[in-house]
Design a protein around this ligand. Sequence first.
Ligand code: CA
Length: 332
Amino acid sequence: MSSTRPSPIAPTVDFDRDGVQHGFLRLPYSRDDSAWGSVMIPICVIRNGKGPAALLSGGNHGDEYEGPLALYDLARTLDPKQVSGTVIIVPAMNYPAFRAGTRTSPIDKGNMNRSFPGRPDGTVTEKIADYFQRELLPRADIVFDFHSGGKTLDFVPFCAAHTLPDKALEQKAFDAVAAFAAPFSMRMIEIDAVGMYDTAAEEMGKVFVSTELGGGGTSRAQTVRIARHGILNVLRHAGIVAGAVERGKTQWLDMPSGDCFSFAEDDGMIETMVDLGEPVEDGAVLARIHSTGRTGVAPQEIRAKMSGMLAARHFPGLVKAGDCAAVVAVHV
Ligand code: CA
């Protein structure tokens, strides 16, 4: 719900001041171990005069690390003399979740990317969403939100934007995706876009770009390099950081329909039959789910509903009914 009630979050940075500021979004959170305590969400503002503004975030889900690794690094190293305009960096958006190493907040179980537009009088997660919705998004021209697969999914490294009804906005987003120059670039669809930060930004007419860079609840040397290289490229492309975009080879992928997604229908032990990045034929077995309760039971087969490439897979060895088991994407 939008509201006229002010956000309880107090920033310790001034968004209109030139230079580098390292501070916090201070969110009052009274609790057993701190009566007048707060959640201190790190934020960095790097500004050099008038110009476009970029809003960069990681840790929207707390168990995804390429974004935070790239953004704490960028906040420490970006020289304001190289900047024209403003870069706002929130490396760990759902900070309580990030501290706990979990997808959702340990305080309220809030999934940040299902909490938009948030509420100023809601849960801790909803208050953070509301602050982004009403205070940070309106300041931005381009919005970049890092994701990876977290503890339960793993992806081929891609940068992504959504197909949108506003084709001019869609093109600007895909141009930024191309500038990021990940090994793969995705025209992405969502299983359910309600409550997503992506949707909030796009409905405000902002250029919104995201990633899925790996997963498994950790990061890899290659995926962190992609994140660091890519975000500087996007800032150069936006005219906010000086220098030419360092183009690399990228392969464009499409998710043409909900048939990309395959879900487990039984609990069990998952056997991946195709590895990430490998080609798949329509009807091919992507994974088998083995019943573990007794011997002698044939595994459930999960089959591709289209030809393409395996873009994502369930990560842990055990799977539950309803888990996303595999995602197939199509080469453009
Ligand atoms: Ca995510």
